[in-house]
Design a protein. Structure first.
Length: 39
């Protein structure tokens, strides 16, 4: 599964590590103002 993490802070890094440990792919770390809308 591809995952985008919201927030580059401590919780975002912990969530990214948990996703990686579970075998998922972290494809982006989003910050305020970023958009993930697909066209």
């Amino acid at each position: 599964m591809k995952i985008a993490i919201v927030g580059p802070g401590r919780m975002g890094r912990a969530a990214a590590q948990a996703a990686l440990d579970a075998g998922h792919e972290v494809v982006a770390t989003l910050v305020r103002g970023d958009s993930i809308d697909e066209e």
